[in-house]
Design a protein around this ligand. Structure first.
Ligand code: T5A
Length: 229
């Protein structure tokens, strides 16, 4: 790596719809701030910067859907380029811990495995979009799609499903398989977390995983338990 390589820590969260990523990112961010005293930046994709958030709104409304998965992948890539240039890379250069809700694995899973784009095309797009940036750790929150979609529906009661929530159950099953395959192919970078549990139990598993990976960032503590309802 060159001398101007990022000094921070880049952790991404991936998984299907309603897996609990936002919930767990907020909890891990707080734990890391307290334990490490380092700057922690929590962000999301698509989005994270003003321009990328504008693209997010269009993507989730389904504006790019009629043009097909390649056009959608290009739009996600455009948002990612702005996000990397203006938020992620500067934060890593400052030495921050960056927690990102979805990143390039989502393009592999949604537009690639589930959307039908060829892996070679996705890999080429990744090369030009990421310019060598790779998450240090990826936590894949895994649960049956029915459970995740039910959570997303409960949260957005009364609102119509967004572009991807509205896809078929087969699409969501392919997504789950795709994320598991990514974890299997890159075991050094990825860890699968059972997300079909209460939020406190998922948090405990994430803390344990991060502690085992980098005890300097998050020392080990006792087991977490879900509060009684
Ligand atoms: N996309 C994205 C692509 O197609 N290609 C790409 O390259 C990228 C980057 C983004 C969409 O874009 C697609 C994927 C997505 O479809 P989004 O709205 O950000 O859209 O979608 P999600 O990332 O799926 O976000 P969600 O908010 O739906 O899911 P989260 O963040 O995983 O879940 P969270 O924490 O918001 O929780 C959902 C609900 O469940 C509850 C929460 O309180 C909340 O109400 N909850 C739990 N309930 C029970 N048990 C638990 N353990 C719970 N954890 C949370």
């Amino acid at each position: 790596m060159s001398s101007d390589a990022p000094r921070g820590v880049f952790i991404t969260f991936e998984g299907g719809e309603g897996a609990g990523k936002s919930t767990q990112i907020a909890r891990l961010a707080e734990a890391l701030r307290l334990a490490s005293g380092r700057e922690v930046v929590a962000t999301r994709e698509p989005g994270g910067t003003k321009r990328a958030e504008e693209l997010r709104a269009a993507l989730l409304r389904g504006v790019a859907k009629p043009y097909g998965p390649f056009a959608e992948a290009l739009m996600f890539a455009a948002a990612r380029i702005d996000h990397i240039e203006n938020l992620i890379s500067p934060a890593l250069a400052r030495g921050a811990i960056v927690l990102c809700d979805r990143f390039s694995d989502s393009t592999r899973a949604y537009q690639g495995a589930a959307g039908g784009l060829e892996p070679g095309l996705i890999a080429s797009l990744e090369r030009v979009t990421l310019e060598g940036l790779r998450p240090d750790l990826t936590l894949i929150l895994d649960l049956p799609p029915e459970a995740g979609l039910a959570r997303a529906q409960r949260r957005g009661e009364g609102e119509p499903a967004d572009r991807f929530e509205a896809e078929s159950m087969r699409f969501h099953e392919r997504l789950r398989a795709a994320f598991r395959a990514i974890a299997e192919a890159e075991p050094d970078r990825c860890r699968v977390i059972d997300a079909d549990l209460g939020p406190d139990s998922v948090e405990a598993r994430i803390r344990e995983t991060v502690s085992a990976w980098r005890p300097d960032l998050l020392p080990r503590t006792g087991e977490g338990h879900d509060h009684a309802a």
